[in-house]
Design a protein around this ligand. Structure first.
Ligand code: ADP
Ligand code: ADP
Length: 229
């Protein structure tokens, strides 16, 4: 069953310049689908349409079989979890920050989410600037590490559909290998839509869709796309 379906979706910001020229793809439940393409191809527009920041001018978008034209932005946000670009860390441990919004989660679940995001060694630590009264110093996390806190929080929330937009996140500041590892760990067994610049970061995706100038120019597994080059 398709968790997300784009059916011949057409969109333009300005009438004289089509941005998505009738694109169709599905994200089957439990699968990882990647959309790859150069800057300006229309990748972020796809995620904006998915959250109904704009309405398509042709075709339709379905989430769990329902045309999203009839679904509120609020329900879309609970169905589709997106790792935010900027993470504000609260004055408590990294573990607390991961748990934020999922207060029923067990210690085990928090640890598992932290492990998948590869920040388990920080779970007990405080973020920088939040020193304890007994003189413990908070820890300075890099942009990439903060992003992992956001990733762990999203994993713990376990949204039915996960949207990872590399283009709009600090994932950009990871090395390619780190991006690939993080995506592989986070998306395994989950319904995931990944938006990425490079083919090499989405090796593990079940299907890769190559977008260029608003059109799907290629699709297939990583191996198939490499063979076609
Ligand atoms: P990508 O994410 O693949 O880099 P985008 O979806 O962000 O591409 O953008 C696709 C095209 O749409 C680009 O040419 C961009 O300049 C244009 N575009 C994006 N946002 C707007 C907007 N709000 N108004 C007009 N044009 C836009
Ligand atoms: P940008 O123009 O900065 O690239 P986009 O408009 O392409 O941003 O990306 C979609 C935006 O949707 C993201 O910046 C994000 O803030 C917002 N967004 C939508 N849904 C969610 C969600 N479920 N969780 C967090 N952020 C969301």
């Amino acid at each position: 069953d398709a968790a997300v379906a784009f059916e011949d979706v057409r969109f333009s910001y300005n009438p004289d310049r089509p941005i998505l020229k009738g694109i169709s793809f599905t994200v089957p439940a439990g699968r990882t689908i990647a959309i790859v393409g150069p800057s300006g191809a229309g990748k972020s527009t796809i995620s904006r349409l998915l959250f109904r920041f704009y309405e398509p001018q042709g075709g339709r978008i379905l989430v769990d079989g329902q045309d999203i034209a009839a679904v509120t932005q609020e329900s879309l946000r609970s169905a589709i979890g997106m790792v935010p670009q900027d993470t504000v860390l609260f004055n408590d441990t990294i573990g607390y920050n991961i748990r934020y919004g999922r207060w029923d989660a067990s210690e085990e679940e928090v640890r598992e989410a932290a492990r998948l995001a590869q920040i388990d060694r920080f779970v007990e630590s405080l973020p920088e600037g939040y020193d304890t009264p007994v003189g413990e110093r908070g820890l300075k996390l890099s942009g990439g590490e903060k992003q992992r806190v956001a990733i762990a929080r999203t994993i713990l929330k376990s949204p039915p559909i996960l949207l990872l937009d590399e283009a709009t996140s600090a994932l950009d500041s990871f090395t390619e290998k780190e991006i690939q590892d993080a995506l592989d760990r986070v998306s395994r067994g989950r319904t995931t839509l990944v938006i990425a610049h490079r083919l090499s970061t989405v090796v593990g995706a079940d299907e890769i869709i190559v977008l260029d100038k608003g059109e799907i120019v290629e699709r297939g597994s990583h191996a198939q796309l490499l063979a076609a080059e």
